[in-house]
Design a protein around this ligand. Sequence first.
Ligand code: FES
Length: 344
Amino acid sequence: MNIKINGKIYEAKAGEAIFAVCKKNGIKVPTLCSTKKFQEGVCRICVVEIGGRLVTSCNTKVCEGMEIVTESEKIEKARRINLELLWADHAGKCATCKKNQMCELQNLALEYKIENFHFIPRKGEITGAEELDLIKDNWSRVVVENENPCISRNSELCIECRRCINICPEKKFGFNYRGNSVVVGTPYEKVLDCSFCGKCVEACPTGALTDQNNYLKIVEDLDNLEKFSVAVLDLGIEEKILKAMGKISPEKDLNKLLINLGFEKIVKLGKENLKIEFVKNIKDEYSRTKKINQQDIVVFFISSRIYEKAKRDKNLDYILSEREVARLVRDKEKIKIGKIHPIK
Ligand code: FES
């Protein structure tokens, strides 16, 4: 069938959503909740106009002759209000957030030049006694969990987009409480216990689900001139790192970026040495060939296999995801964090 988007004719299949047709044809429509597989119409950032009426493009199917507008004053106003509403539910602690500059909500707020917030927060940051009264019931339901070995959770930053609920193959997330008090969490808010595939962290648009690590210790080890830091790159991770970095650095030479971060040696896992056992033998190898004490060699495995973090091994010091490498690059470029010493 033929449909019109912004005055131009496009071909579309019956059953396709407007958002999917736009995406296929390179027409930008923002989203904070849709994924390839799930379009629930939760964030309402994807609104477009059909005959002057606003509809969510992710879950509105195309039909013959449809005329769609993706940018207008009315659309912009609606997107801005929806962004403000989402922000009201989100503790705006950007300066200290792991996802600062890598957060989809923050990026859209910047793009839509949100300056004032007109809505009272339902949870998270509060500024006055009256607000505290209004939300104190929710305050107690903010969950910050750092007890599992792989994934850090902070419900203050959650915008309830449902991506984690939809994407988790083990169905570990769901809604807790009801109505105005609803929050996304684990059943009975127990410590997250799963196979840690990391899909939820990858999908989370904000800093509500992030990688677990001793970040300050990592920075300290990388800056320590007495340590020999080895980065072992998992198969296919290079592309993911560059994607995770987004607008953080224009540098596309990954080797250069890693050397700048403080790595002395970069090893790439190929098909022949794909096994993690290879990574674990690196300390032996370098202490033998480079005559360096084993305790002065720090091995970082850069991989999306974040479940490996749960398996402690003395020959493998850190497992860093592509997101954590992007965070290191971000901090290296902005502040000289290496001068900060971890609190003992
Ligand atoms: S992408 Fe359509 S409502 Fe979120």
